[in-house]
Write a protein that binds this ligand. Structure first.
Ligand SMILES: [Zn+2]
Length: 271
């Protein structure tokens, strides 16, 4: 599932390509991908609009259209790709936006857990307000994390993955961040000291920044806006490496299941 670095990579690519393009025909081939509006109404809200900007909020791609916004959530296997008009369609094409510059923005999704929807100003504010803190923003500070985590007994790894608290940190980067922080993922959130909270904030910021630099992590499905794989998978230190030696101390890395998701950690380095 794409997490913050993967979505940020796509957003940065599209931010260099989409602004100024005018949306022409909108073709919905898979109506179940559209939320909020019937497919015809969805298409009508987009047609004729000019893209102003492309941004990210949590794991969502937000295409600003002046008053309205198109929001794309990639779900598990969604891809949002720029293509030339007339290029062969990918399999599992769900939505096609024809653009004024003989290009197309195509959404395709094998498993169809992704969603596209259009919001006006008020719906946007309500959506934005329901999401947690952006981990690369100035709001994500050690003081904030220490105070918020102090009110919860949930294991810190599960706590970090709650999108109502911190957005964009999923299963891969939560494991990686806690390894960098030297904090055991099973620790109840409210047992973290101020200095551990500082290390968790630094670990989260560092792993997300590094992953963006390498254009995200691809195991199977994630592709950037040009269809290329991310380069960060081989740089993961613990995720999916159960039984391999810890890159710091050599102890075999452990795997356990928390809230139904695999966690990887070093029982020696992480306390
Ligand atoms: Zn270790």
């Amino acid at each position: 599932m794409p997490e913050l670095p993967e979505v940020e990579t796509i957003v940065r690519d599209l931010a260099g390509l989409l602004p100024g393009a005018r949306i022409g025909a909108v073709e919905v081939l898979r109506p179940d991908l559209i939320d909020g509006d019937e497919p015809d109404a969805f298409a009508a809200r987009l047609k004729g609009r000019t893209v102003r900007d492309v941004a990210r909020r949590a794991k969502n791609i937000v295409v600003g259209l002046g008053g309205e916004r198109l929001i794309v959530n990639l779900g598990m296997t969604g891809r949002l790709l720029m293509a030339k008009a007339g290029d062969e369609d990918p399999s599992h094409l769900g939505v096609r936006l024809s653009l004024s510059n003989k290009r197309e923005l195509r959404y395709h999704d094998v498993r169809r857990f992704g969603r596209l929807w259009v919001v006006g100003e008020e719906a946007w504010r309500s959506f934005d307000g329901g999401l947690g803190v952006e981990p690369l923003s100035d709001e994500f500070t050690p003081d904030w994390l220490h105070a918020s985590a102090g009110r919860s007994r949930v294991p810190i790894k599960t706590w970090l993955m709650d999108q109502g608290r911190v957005v964009g940190v999923g299963n891969i980067y939560a494991s990686e961040a806690l390894f960098r922080a030297g904090v055991d993922p099973r620790r109840p959130a409210n047992t973290l000291s101020a200095s551990e909270a500082t290390r968790v904030v630094q670990g989260v910021r560092q792993v997300l920044t590094d992953a963006i630099e390498f254009r995200g992590t691809t195991f199977l499905d994630y592709r950037d806006a040009s269809g290329e794989r991310g380069g960060f998978a081989e740089r993961l230190k613990v995720y999916d490496r159960g039984g391999e030696p810890c890159p710091v101390c050599g102890t075999p890395l452990e795997r356990l299941v928390q809230a139904g998701r695999s966690t990887f950690f070093c029982g020696s380095c992480q306390r």
